[in-house]
Every structure is written in C-alpha cells, then in structure tokens.
Write a protein that binds this ligand. Structure first.
Ligand code: JF5
Length: 252
C-alpha cells in the first residue's frame, strides 16, 4: 500500500529538490510513497489570491487567513487522512511519532509562513508537530524532516534489518562506526572489530552505545531504563569489579 502525502505550502519549490534525492527520491520513484506538493495560493481569495492579512489587535507581520487554509484542507482531506500542522508550539517530533505516521494511508502537511496560521485553523488539524525549539521562517523544512523520517519506515523503502538495528529503535544512541583505512592520522580501529568474533563485536557495540548514551543523552537512558545485563556492561566500562564479574573470572 502506497503512503500518500500532500504538502500544502506557499513555496512549492522548496520541497521539490530534496524529495527528488536519495531515499525519499527512490521511494517515490518506486511508487512506495506518493508526494504531491500543493500551492496554498490555489485557494487564495480574490483576484490577488490573497492568503494572509494583518493580525487583529495589531503587531508585526501577517497571519495566514483561515479561509484559504480551511478550503485547501477540505479539498485535500478524506476519511483516513491525518492532517498535520508544523508549528514550534506543537508536540516535539520523535521516532515514535514517525513510526505512527508511517502506518497512515494519507498525510496532509500544512506549512505555515509569516507569523503562522489563524488560531481557528488548529481545530481543523489532527496534530501539531514541532521539530525543535528554534524559529524558522516557514514550515517547509520541518515538513521535509517529518517526510524523511516517515518515508524510510514505509515497508520496502529501506532494508528491514537497517530499521531494526537503528539505535533509536532501542532507545540508545548509535555505537561508534569504523571503515578503512585501519590507521587514519595515527588513530587506529578497536581491535575487537577485526577479531572476527561476531558475538564479541555485538557485545562491544551494545556497551559502547550504552556508554555514549549515558555520556551524551542521560535523559534517553532514564526514559528507557537498563537491564541487569546492561548495568553490568556499564560497570565493566567504569572498571567496577562486580560480584558477577568475580564469579565469572573464578569459573574461567
Ligand atoms: C513556522 C509560524 C510555524 O514549523 C515550524 C517549526 C517546527 N518546529 N520548529 C519550528 O516553523 C515554521 C513559521 C512561522 C509558524
């Protein structure tokens, strides 16, 4: 089943290039995903196809008028659609949201410009998503972020094993990766990776992912928790001699 995505924007050209490239480009070319970019001005008001107006109460900038947005959403949405507003005041985007969106049949993504949409438009959308705490000039780049994260989860787009292996799938940051040459600017490669011992490599990677996550994103570890085995791995990294390690040494 093809995931269909409609993007509603005043700057359609901002979407075309990125969606032509790499994994999204290939997914679209293979028909696994279909993306249509629609110009909000198609639903603009009057001879000038007006889409914005000054804010009630005064203040700087312009606000997207509700009628063009409402009409566009009415035209694009159907039963089974999920309508998304990109907005810094939305729910922080995370992998679990991407997982959920990848199961939908039709996404409509609304990209605000200027000072944002008329407040009454919020009642017409299913979810509001933020990609982070910074100000952008429009919702197009956030929409591309969401599309990229979602498209790669659509069955057949990338190898199933790659998704399963990905660190966020386990709630951890990725383990360190190395490729040739064996020595680069006097920096070597951990010996275990060239040992041919696949079990040892897997354990090392798991331990390094834990180490890195604890160091850089303790919030992720706190949210996820640690198994008994993982506590032992971190203790070993810290050089703490656990009763368990002593027992294992005695047994040889
Ligand atoms: C925008 C008014 C929205 O969509 C975003 C955004 C999402 N996360 N972080 C920023 O910004 C576009 C511009 C103006 C509302």
């Amino acid at each position: 089943m093809t995931l269909q995505i409609d993007v509603l924007t005043l700057f359609p050209a901002m979407l075309a290039g990125p969606l032509d490239e790499s994994i999204p480009g290939r997914a679209i070319a293979r028909g696994l995903v279909s993306v249509r970019v629609r110009d909000l001005r198609e639903w603009g008001i009057g001879r000038h196809r007006s889409v914005d107006d000054a804010p009630y109460g005064g203040g700087a900038g312009m606000v997207l008028r509700p009628e063009p947005v409402g009409d566009a959403l009415a035209a694009l949405r159907r039963s089974g659609s999920t309508v998304i507003l990109m907005d810094p005041a939305g729910e922080p985007f995370r992998q679990s949201i991407a997982d959920e969106l990848a199961t939908r049949e039709h996404l409509v993504i609304l990209c605000p410009r200027y000072e944002g949409v008329d407040e009454r438009i919020r009642s017409l959308v299913d979810r509001e998503i933020s990609i982070g705490d910074y100000i952008l000039s429009g919702g197009e780049i956030p929409a591309l972020v969401v599309i990229d994260a979602v498209v790669r989860l659509v069955p057949g787009v990338i190898e199933e094993a790659s998704i399963a292996e990905e660190s966020f799938a386990h709630g951890l940051l990725e383990y360190p990766q190395y490729t040739r040459p064996a020595v680069y600017r006097a920096m070597g490669v951990p010996e275990i990776l060239t040992s041919g011992d696949h079990g040892a490599v897997a354990r090392w990677r798991h331990a390094e992912a834990l180490r890195r996550t604890r160091e850089r994103r303790p919030d992720l570890l706190a949210a996820r928790g640690l198994s008994e085995d993982e506590r032992r791995m971190l203790a070993e990294i810290d050089g703490i001699d656990t009763e368990d390690a002593k027992r294992r040494r005695r047994r040889g």
